[in-house]
Design a protein around this ligand. Structure first.
Ligand SMILES: Nc1ncnc2c1ncn2[C@@H]1O[C@H](COP(=O)(O)OP(=O)(O)OP(=O)(O)O)[C@@H](O)[C@H]1O
Ligand SMILES: [Mg+2]
Length: 290
């Protein structure tokens, strides 16, 4: 376990890569954060900004967990840590009982802006990551891209260029691109935030279908409470920075789900419950600068 008393020299310092921690329950979670803290250095100062603190989270294989919380509370930072892009100041972050060793193809990020390569066709955008791994030959990569485009409802657009697509179509390509390397965990950072409400609802249903079809585990950040309630098995509500999970709310309905669920009284009640925790947590805001 990393502790601030023993600063890490590297991402895995202080942790034994061969060691598998089965935790108190004796079960190994697929993804587990225990007491995670993440600091950012302040430029030109010895002070640090603590983005995340005392963060505990546990996902089983196939779980869909949404993270909601005030702006700046550390949601993206936590995703980046799971992706292996940022170091921990404290705590443990493990995949299948082993410390996260850095970035890897077993985890794929999906960002808010698709940022597709404009000079490559849609098919070539989706196959790009796969080609980089050099694990498959180009024709096989193209074939896999076409299969994924079909999976996300974009069959037949592979030879078009990103500029010829709508925002919703680009979001689908973004998802297909992330799935191309066959990740076990999808890390989605407000992937539909820039999409109009109607298309977003369609994309949410599609995402649940795609996750079920590919059997991926998803960690999804959103500011949209309705989106979180619709997508997740569990909604984790963050405190203001330094972010920690103040409540984990279980969503009772099996996935995949259909649009109708949004119109039920139970769904409204669940949304209210999430909002109460979120705005209650905001009201208790603290300062996270050391
Ligand atoms: N690279 C960085 N260097 C220094 N501070 C950073 C860096 N990235 C994020 N921070 C700070 O860490 C805190 C958490 O940022 P983060 O982006 O994780 O928040 P967030 O919950 O994703 O916010 P939002 O909902 O607005 O996207 C913020 O105070 C932010 O200013
Ligand atoms: Mg963010």
């Amino acid at each position: 376990m990393l502790s601030r008393d023993k600063p890490a020299l590297s991402r895995t310092a202080g942790r034994d890569a061969a060691h598998i921690d089965v935790g108190a329950t004796g079960r190994i979670a697929h993804l587990e954060a225990r007491g995670v803290a993440i600091d950012y250095a302040k430029p030109g100062s010895k002070e640090v900004t603590t983005a995340v603190e005392q963060c505990d989270l546990s996902l089983e294989r196939g779980d869909f967990v949404c993270l909601v919380g005030p702006s700046g509370c550390g949601k993206t930072t936590l995703l980046n840590a799971v992706a292996g892009f940022v170091e921990l100041a404290e705590g443990d972050l493990e995949l299948d009982g082993r410390p996260i060793p850095g970035p890897g193809p077993d985890r794929a990020m999906v960002f808010q802006h698709a940022n597709l390569l404009p000079w490559r066709t849609v098919q070539a955008n989706v196959s790009y990551g796969l080609e980089l791994t050099k694990k498959v030959k180009k024709p096989a990569a193209k074939q896999r891209a076409d299969e994924l485009l079909e999976l996300v409802g974009l069959a037949g657009v592979g030879q078009q260029y990103p500029a010829q697509l709508s925002g919703g179509m680009q979001a689908r390509v973004n998802l297909a691109r992330a799935l191309a390397v066959e990740p076990e965990i999808l890390l989605l950072d407000e992937p539909f935030a820039a999409i109009d409400a109607q298309t977003r609802e369609v994309l949410q249903v599609e995402l649940l279908r795609v996750c079920a079809a590919r059997d991926v585990t998803a960690l999804f950040v959103t500011h949209d409470i309705t989106e979180a309630a619709f997508l997740a098995d569990r909604v984790c509500v963050f405190s203001p920075r330094p972010g920690r999970i103040v409540k984990e709310i279980t969503v009772p309905w099996p996935r995949p789900r259909s649009h109708e669920i949004r119109r039920t009284r139970e769904f409204s009640q669940l949304r209210d419950e999430i909002a109460d925790v979120l705005y209650g947590a905001k009201a208790g805001a603290g300062e996270g600068t050391r």
